[in-house]
Design a protein around this ligand. Structure first.
Ligand SMILES: Cc1ncc(COP(=O)(O)O)c(C=O)c1O
Length: 373
């Protein structure tokens, strides 16, 4: 399923969004995050063998599995927002998570020496729950979906005076949610620094839950490269495609289905409002993929096919690459996305084996220690 919109590339970021998505904020996030202990840019892997197989000019994979030892790019966002909120020892921070954001907030709370209470959907896997609790956070399981957990965390923050660190927000702009997105821009900066300045990718594919990551990436590229920015493709699970449904409806839409997808960290039913605002005005394509594409993509990466390095990637982490492979194998979708031998595609491997048990059951081997997951 694909929705394409014709974007006028000569337009700058809309005025009302410039306070949220700008290079000054991104620069500040980089200054702070790159000074944290253990900071190192994550690898930008060249998948030359797979690119040849798919008939592409170049395929770059930004591998976030080893980010601060937390397994995903989310380490950049929640922890940064916690630090910006400057909690004291008496404070408690709270958030809702489908897994990775909660781990980041718990880690940030640990760095700042404050308490963290993390609200999760009742179906959160035991492996993901353990990773959050291992960082000293208290976990509260909420009946329903991620979106129910978001509301429960916001209610608890109001009732107890806790600092709320959401990765999503509605019409009322929440500074912490903006900081979370700003933290993510570090990975875009690192990527561009590794590529020749005059040769940015032609396409970028980013997986979306609430859309915060996709908006952070698009905002940075739009500000930094203007009309030269790559074609921007947002991908979601078919059963949690709130961005695709919203763009089709022409306004933000909340899904009422159960969001049952194996891409658990993308199982969100409502777009984050600022993310929606930017993506609906600047992203080129919105796609949804079925769960059936996930396991083969994880296994392909794990075995290092076509002479490429072996990569450990989790279920939500492979969504962008899974769409790319499907598109290159279908002449109509590949053509609709403008993919071909002159394309340089950037995908973001947003997570490693963030649930080791699930990874093992899908891939058949334990995640390699080398990736730091
Ligand atoms: C591994 C992974 N990839 C992608 C995303 C999507 O990020 P967002 O919810 O900001 O769209 C998430 C969100 O938790 C995630 O954990």
């Amino acid at each position: 399923m694909l929705h394409h919109q014709d974007i006028d590339r000569s337009l700058p970021i809309p005025e009302d969004l410039r306070g949220i998505f700008n290079l000054a904020r991104a620069q500040e996030a980089y200054r702070v995050i790159s000074a944290w202990p253990g900071y190192a840019p994550t690898p930008l892997r060249d998948l030359a063998g797979l690119a040849r197989q798919l008939g592409l000019g170049r395929l770059s994979y930004k591998d976030e599995a080893g980010r601060f030892g937390l397994g995903s790019f989310k380490a950049l966002g929640g922890a940064y927002a916690v630090c910006r909120a400057q909690p004291t020892r008496h404070h408690c921070v709270t958030t809702a998570t489908a897994g990775n954001h909660g781990r980041s907030v718990a880690w940030g709370a640990q760095l700042c020496g404050c308490r963290a209470v993390i609200f999760v959907p009742e179906r959160l896997s035991p492996g993901r729950a353990q990773e959050i609790e291992a960082l000293g956070a208290e976990l509260v399981r909420v009946p329903g979906t991620f979106d129910d957990a978001v509301r429960a965390s916001a209610r608890a923050a109001r009732a107890h005076g806790w600092l709320s660190i959401p990765d999503t927000c509605g019409l009322e702009l929440l500074p912490a949610a903006v900081d979370v997105m700003t933290g993510y821009t570090v990975l875009v900066r690192e990527t561009l620094e590794r590529l020749p300045p005059r040769e940015p990718p032609t396409h970028v594919i980013v997986q979306a839950g609430v859309g915060g990551l996709a908006a952070a990436v698009l905002g940075y590229l739009w500000e930094g490269l203007g009309a030269r920015r790559p074609r921007f493709i947002v991908v979601e699970p078919e059963r949690a495609d709130c961005m695709l449904q919203s763009i089709r409806a022409g306004r933000p839409r909340a899904l009422d289905s159960g969001l049952e997808t194996m891409m658990a960290c993308l199982a969100c039913g409502e777009p984050s409002h600022p993310a929606w605002q930017l993506l609906s005005r600047g992203a080129d394509d919105f796609c949804a993929i079925p769960d059936s594409l996930v396991a083969p993509t994880m296994r392909l990466l794990a075995t290092g096919r076509f002479g490429d390095a072996a990569i450990v990637a989790g279920e939500s982490g492979v969504a962008g690459l899974a769409l790319l492979i499907a598109a290159c194998r279908s002449s109509s979708l590949g053509a609709a996305l403008g993919l071909g031998p002159d394309s340089h595609v950037l995908v973001i491997g947003t997570e490693g084996a963030t649930d080791r048990g699930i990874y093992h059951s899908i891939v058949g081997t334990a995640p390699a220690a080398a990736t730091g997951t």
